[in-house]
Design a protein around this ligand. Structure first.
Ligand code: HEM
Length: 398
C-alpha cells in the first residue's frame, strides 16, 4: 500500500509485525529495533497492506485507552480474522461493549478466582511430577501449553479426561504448523464448545459459562450466537496468552539462576514478582481502526487507518518505567500502569485469573523443581504476531 500523503520519510518503515527482524531469537529486541532515541512515536509500515504502529510508550498507552476514537471491531492487520471470530466482548465498541463485558466480569469475579487457586496448584504439581524425573523437558510443549488448558477445562467444568481433544487445538493456537486455517481453528473450537454451551444455557450450573449466562445481557438472556462468540473469546483469550507469559517467565528464571534462589527464599514476594515479570515480558499487541480523522504525535491519522499497539514498546520504554529491562522485585508497581493486560475499556477481563495463574505457577514451580537452566545444545525459539511467544524452550536440571 502506498504511504499516505504527508507522512515524512523518517516515519516510514518496512516492519512485518508477524515476523519482526530477529524475532526467532528475541521477540523483545526485534520490536525494539523500531525505536530510535528521540525518534517518532508513530511510524507507518508498508508491510501487511500498510498501517500505523505506535512506537513510544506514552502513545501506545494513551491510544490503547482511547476507545472513543479507535474501534476494536475489525481486529485488522490479520486479514479476515475479525470477521471470522467476531469475539464478544473483544470486538465490541462502547456502548454496546459494556453490558457484555460486565457479565463476563461477573463470571470471573475475584471470589471465583480465589476458589480456583487450589485446583491450579494441584494441576501445576501434577504436571511438574510428570516432567521432573527426566531431568529435561521441552517446556512449551510439555508444560506451558498444558497448564492453561487444564485450568480452562476446570473453569468450564469439563472432565480432565477430555484433555486430548483440546490439546491439539491449543497447540495450533500457540505453535501453528500451517495445517489449519484460522477458519478451521475457529470451527474446531466452536465444535468443541457447542455441547457445553447448549447444556449450560439449558441447565446452568456453577461453572464459568453458566455464571456468565445467568448474569444475562442488560436484563435479557444471551442469544446462542452471542454465547458462542463470547465462549470463543474466553477460549482464545485465555490460552495462548498464558502459555506465552509462563514461557517468558520461565525463560527469565532459566537465564537468571540467582532469581530462582532469591524467590525461593522470599515466597512472600511472589505476588509482586508476578506483577514485575508480567510487566517485563509483555507479548500482546492489538490493532484498532481510527473512526475519525485525528492528529497523533504530529501525524495525520485518517478514519479507517489501522493503528497497531504493541505493549512491549510501552512497558520497555525508559520514559514509562525506570530501567525497564531490569527485573526489580521491589519496584513499586501498580499493575494497571503497564499494558501487558491492555488498558482502558478492554483491559483484560481475565487479569485476576491470569495473575493468580502466574503466582501459583511460580510458587509451585520454585517449591517443587530444582534449579533449571537452558539446554546448551538446543536453541530457544520465539515467534511474533498478535501474541508473541517462545515456541521452543529446552530446559535441563540435575
Ligand atoms: C497472562 C495472560 C493474559 C494476557 C497477557 C492477556 C492480555 C490481554 C489484553 C492485552 C487484552 C486487551 C485486548 C484489547 O485491548 O483489545 C485482553 C482482553 C481480554 N482477555 Fe486477556 N490476557 C491474559 C489472560 C486471559 C485469561 C486467562 C482470560 C480468560 C479466561 C482472558 C480473557 C480476555 C477477554 C475475554 C478479553 C476481552 C476483554 C474486553 O474486550 O473487554 N485473558 N487480554
Amino acid at each position: 500500500m502506498e504511504v499516505p500523503s504527508g507522512v515524512a520519510t523518517d516515519r516510514v518503515v518496512d516492519f512485518d509485525i508477524f515476523n519482526p527482524p530477529g524475532v526467532e531469537t528475541d521477540y523483545f529486541s526485534a520490536w525494539q529495533s523500531l525505536v530510535r532515541p528521540d525518534g517518532p512515536g508513530m511510524v507507518w509500515t508498508t508491510a501487511n497492506g500498510g498501517h500505523w504502529i505506535a512506537t513510544r510508550g506514552d502513545v501506545v498507552r494513551s491510544l490503547w485507552a482511547d476507545s472513543e476514537r479507535l474501534s476494536s471491531e475489525v481486529l485488522a492487520v490479520t486479514p479476515g480474522l475479525g470477521e471470522m471470530m467476531k469475539f464478544i466482548p473483544l470486538q465490541q465498541d462502547p456502548p454496546e461493549h459494556g453490558p457484555f463485558r460486565l457479565s463476563v466480569m461477573k463470571g470471573l469475579a475475584s471470589r471465583y478466582v480465589v476458589a480456583l487457586e487450589p485446583k491450579v496448584a494441584e494441576v501445576t504439581r501434577e504436571l511438574i511430577a510428570a516432567i521432573k524425573p527426566a531431568g529435561a523437558c521441552e517446556f512449551v510443549e510439555e508444560f506451558a501449553e498444558i497448564l492453561p488448558l487444564h485450568i480452562f477445562l476446570t473453569l468450564i467444568d469439563v472432565p480432565l479426561s477430555d484433555r486430548p481433544r483440546l490439546r491439539a487445538l491449543g497447540a495450533q493456537l500457540t505453535r501453528p504448523d500451517g495445517s489449519m486455517t484460522v477458519e478451521q481453528l475457529r470451527d474446531a473450537a466452536d465444535d468443541y464448545l457447542r455441547p457445553f454451551i447448549e447444556a449450560r444455557m439449558a441447565n446452568p450450573g456453577e461453572d464459568l459459562f453458566s455464571r456468565i449466562f445467568v448474569a444475562g445481557v442488560d436484563g435479557r438472556p444471551w442469544t446462542m450466537d452471542e454465547a458462542r462468540r463470547m465462549c470463543r473469546n474466553l477460549l482464545f483469550g485465555g490460552l495462548d496468552t498464558v502459555v506465552a507469559m509462563i514461557g517468558m517467565i520461565t525463560l527469565h528464571l532459566a537465564r537468571h539462576p540467582q532469581d530462582q534462589t532469591y524467590l525461593r527464599a522470599h515466597p512472600e514476594l511472589l505476588p509482586q514478582a508476578a506483577d514485575e515479570l508480567m510487566r517485563r515480558y509483555p507479548t500482546v499487541s492489538v490493532s484498532r481502526n481510527a473512526v475519525v480523522d485525528m492528529e497523533i504525535d504530529g501525524v495525520q491519522v485518517r478514519a479507517g487507518d489501522i493503528v497497531y499497539l504493541p505493549s512491549v514498546l510501552h512497558n520497555l520504554d525508559p520514559s514509562a518505567f525506570e530501567a525497564p529491562e531490569e527485573v526489580r522485585y521491589d519496584r513499586a508497581l501498580n499493575p494497571t500502569r503497564h499494558t501487558t493486560l491492555g488498558a482502558g475499556a478492554h483491559r483484560c477481563v481475565g487479569a485476576g485469573l491470569a495473575r493468580m495463574e502466574v503466582i501459583v505457577f511460580l510458587r509451585e514451580w520454585l517449591a517443587n523443581m530444582p534449579d533449571i537452566r537452558l539446554d546448551p545444545d538446543k536453541p530457544v525459539r520465539m515467534k511474533g504476531g498478535n501474541v508473541g511467544a517462545c515456541t521452543a524452550l529446552p530446559l535441563i536440571w540435575n
